[in-house]
Design a protein around this ligand. Sequence first.
Ligand SMILES: *Cc1c(COP(=O)(O)O)cnc(C)c1O
Length: 396
Amino acid sequence: MSEEFRFDTRAVRAGTQRSTFNEHSEALFLTSSFVFKSAAEAAGMFAGSEDGFVYSRFSNPTVRMFEQRLAALEGAQDGLATASGMAAILSTALAAVKTGDHIVCSASVFGATVQLFSTILGRFGVDTTYVRGADPAAWRAAITPRTRLLFCETPSNPLMEIVDLAALAALGRESGALTVVDNCFCTPVMQRPFDFGVDVVIHSGTKYLDGQGRVLGGAVLGKRDFIRNALLPILRSAGPCLSPFNAWVLLKGLETLGVRLRAQSAAALELARWLETQPGVSRVFFTGLESHPQAALARLQQRGPGAVLTFELAGDSAEAQRARAWRVIDAVQLMSITANLGDTRTTITHPSSTTHGRLTPEARAQAGITEGLVRIAVGLEDVADLQADLARALVA
Ligand SMILES: *Cc1c(COP(=O)(O)O)cnc(C)c1O
């Protein structure tokens, strides 16, 4: 479906293909393989000279509908779905790097991404340098003649630092490295990295695309040549493919992505502004606040702030800060204590002892992850109830 339709229309309609039964809602094709009319047709499809579905490891109609709908939302030429967000990142890395190559990555990315790049790809002779994503000079300084991949998440988790995507894309073109953005936090509702010239967008469908905490899934979006000729052979032979069932759940999730994220983001902004006025809260990290150090870049690059916010509780020492943060987390009654995000249910977590708990204390300090930080991923409950829950917890 072309760009002539607006975002919410594409979210509901793009990619739909009907079978001969003319079903209105997208069909779930739970089949591992497809039948050919003849030996010649089978041969043609295996050779790629004939179009059609062959085997669900690399082609399934329900999965294809999800890929095309998400590509239409991101403004991508094409996309491929994967079993999870990590499968999307692994497949992209396998398509982009080989032994001896180098990756530059923003420091505050999802923990499993660091494990994948440093520990797993490191075993194959690929090395990774981590830079402060918000510092374009640091990206430039880290690039070497061996650099093949520039990878970032923006805004960062949990401190909401923003990577300048136009600057990153320019560095990628200059150095010949593939630029990849993990767009999990903002989703295409709030941020379209292709508008700024990056090469590839990654999604964990597990978060906002499903939006209801049901399935794992992922996707890689980009230019048709990269998707078909570099990425598809990896998915086809390595097999980190998305189940048709999960694709069907994600298709349904995409239909409400715009309304969900706009509502969750508005509630997050209300909570962030209120938290800024609360005694004992030393800082609030949220790209929608005027106090955000990169507020101008946020307005330029994002269509909204998303729905994840972090605040810091004051304390005389790291121990006092941690005790205060844990007390607040233990005192909420409505919010779920879990590190997951992107759900209709609001979640609350203590980054320094969970998502960032495996970092050394020095690395945490360097990244600015203090013991007083609390991260909230705002869901779809009534914001007045969320505020009351936090108000009660803050005085606990
Ligand atoms: C959750 C997450 C991932 C990994 O996604 P899975 O679907 O859990 O594999 C990658 N990046 C970000 C930013 C995430 O939040």
